[in-house]
Design a protein around this ligand. Structure first.
Ligand code: ADP
Length: 535
């Protein structure tokens, strides 16, 4: 008599040979009932994925839920070892536990492990093992699985993220290394790495199970990360099985850990791809949606570090530029003051006048530089406030020209009159923009060539243009001149003082009004700077 149908195929290996085993029919019935209860309870539990293993961990049978859980078709598990399905990181402790259990019939144990499905995806699972090798009905080790992936994965991620945040400090390179290491641990990857360009070299922060290191790649073109960096891609690059690439990848890290799968998550800074966070696994591997989300979150940690690095670089640039720009007016003021002191009483009135004028000009330059830096710091601390009121733009343009005269600008400034409607704007801020643009235009214009200022009305905005006959700005620099500290490299621009903050400030001020600012070339030579203010 075979009790197979009653278990509805859930435990196909459980067959209970009763006939011929016992002579006493009462004993037989009782024994059969107790066995039946035991196996019915097993069958009940078999609503979960379950399998029967031999004492070496080879799978002999399993129910359909088990093969479905692992993404395998029926029969595909035959001959597969349980250890092939356990995540490498959990293997040492799991194999110890299994060996102990296998040596003692009747022993049961429960443990938490990560099981891998056919796509290499890891599931957190509670695994119940029972040593039944001494039971003739189902000789072997019974394994039942409780899928905990959802809650356990979420808890584990939160724990890992906390751990990672605790490890982050003020050392930016160290932080990147820690993030790379955590990414490897969170994904149980065989290697993880962060690649970024540094002064024309590809730098890699790499973590394997054995070590962490940071180095420059000799031949960057071979790195898989380069495929992401070269495209400036915003989307991740996932190669489930590197064998599918045709040619064997020569990625140095992939070869070091004999990787079969690669995942490269771009790291963005200010809308640009600046690096790639990569994971390497020895098995072909799919990525679940929430894993992709977690990885892009980890990449965000890296981009925050990149942001800090960028800010530190900006600060260093600021110190360099400011120190360089201050030196000139300081030496003028000191030199002329020293002359006055040395030759007091021996200098004519005119000469003293000339010297005092130079000292005043030097001091003014110092005042200009410091006020520009203060203004930038105000803007960056988010303290830029625009208080709008009804502004007569034509009158404001006249004020700007007067201000330029007061600053001692002698080059011709021509204001083309126009009928302008009143605009809602912050007059002091718009004046600042006009002065920055006129100042530059006058600075770069050759002697005698006028700077022209026009204003026109569009459908929903006014457009103000400042035009000069200077050297013009090369097309490739026309966007970049609005960046902080950016100065055109060309020789013609070089002899003139400047710290590269004016246009950056102008853009911040215009955009705070909801307007745009840009620059074009001018027919016949020179530049045109235009900005808009919404009506
Ligand atoms: P600064 O003038 O202090 O260097 P800006 O931000 O005002 O800083 O300008 C950035 C750069 O843009 C300048 O260094 C110069 O190279 C270029 N530039 C700005 N205005 C003009 C102009 N009217 N003609 C030619 N080049 C200009």
């Amino acid at each position: 008599m075979i009790l197979e149908g009653a278990l509805d195929g859930q435990f196909p290996w459980i067959s209970i040979p009763v006939e011929g085993l016992y002579d006493d029919p009462d004993f037989r019935r009782e024994h059969f009932l107790s066995l039946r209860n035991e196996y019915l309870s097993l069958a009940y539990n078999a609503w979960r994925p379950a399998a029967l293993l031999d004492d070496k961990g080879m799978i002999r049978r399993c129910n359909r839920l088990f093969s479905a859980f692992l993404g395998l078709g029926e029969g595909e598990l035959e001959g597969v070892g349980l250890f092939d399905l356990i995540d490498d990181e959990d293997m040492p402790s799991f194999s110890d536990l299994f060996r102990e259990l296998a040596s003692e019939p009747g022993l049961s144990t429960v443990t938490l492990v990560r099981l891998l499905n056919r796509d290499g995806l890891a599931f957190n699972a509670a695994v119940l093992l029972r040593n039944c090798v001494d039971r003739p009905q189902a000789p072997g080790i019974i394994l039942e699985v409780l899928d905990l992936s959802g809650s356990a994965q979420a808890k584990r991620l939160v724990d890992e993220f906390h751990k990672l945040l605790r490890r982050l400090g003020s050392d930016l390179q160290g932080n990147i290394m820690n993030i790379v290491g955590s990414a490897r641990e969170i994904f149980s990857a065989d290697a993880s790495a962060y690649f970024r360009w540094e002064k024309g070299h590809l730098r890699v922060f790499a973590a394997t199970r054995e070590r962490r290191e940071s180095l420059f790649l000799k031949d960057p073109t071979k790195a898989l990360a380069c495929r992401v960096l070269r495209r400036g891609a915003e989307e991740p690059l996932h190669v489930k099985d590197l064998a599918s690439l045709g040619e064997a990848p020569e990625d140095p890290l992939a070869s070091r850990v004999a990787a079969r799968s690669f995942y490269g998550q771009p790291v963005m800074l200010l809308g640009k791809t600046v690096g790639v966070l990569c994971l390497y696994h020895r098995r072909p591997r799919e990525y679940a949606r929430d894993e992709k989300d977690s990885l892009s979150l980890i990449a965000r940690f890296v981009s925050l570090e990149e942001e800090h690095r960028h800010q530190e670089q900006s600060l260093r640039d600021l110190i360099d530029v400011v120190a360089h720009e201050l030196r000139h007016p300081i030496s003028i003021v000191m030199g002329y003051a020293q002359t006055l002191r040395n030759y007091r009483g021996k200098l004519s009135e005119d000469m003293v006048d000339e010297i005092l004028l130079r000292i005043l000009q030097g001091a003014k330059r110092l005042e200009y530089i410091t006020s520009e830096i203060l203004e930038v710091s105000r803007v960056e601390k988010g303290r830029l406030t625009v208080v709008k009121e009804e502004v007569d733009l034509q009158a404001l343009l006249v004020r700007a020209v007067e201000e330029m005269r007061a600053k001692g600008v002698t080059k011709p400034l021509i204001l083309h009159p126009n009928d302008l409607p009143p605009v809602m704007a912050d007059p002091e801020k718009v004046l600042e923009v006009l002065v920055i643009l006129m100042d530059n235009a006058a600075k770069y214009s050759p002697d005698g060539a006028p700077v022209e200022i026009t204003a026109g009305v569009g459908t929903d905005e006014v457009v103000i243009s400042v035009m000069d006959r200077g050297p013009g700005i090369p097309v490739e620099d026309r966007l970049r001149v609005f960046e902080k500290f950016y100065q055109v490299e060309e020789a013609m621009h070089h002899s003139l003082p400047g710290i590269g903050l004016g246009l950056y400030l102008a853009r911040e001020l215009v955009e705070a009004h909801g307007g745009r600012i840009w620059c074009t070339g001018r027919e016949g030579g020179g530049s045109v700077f235009r900005f808009t203010l919404p009506l």
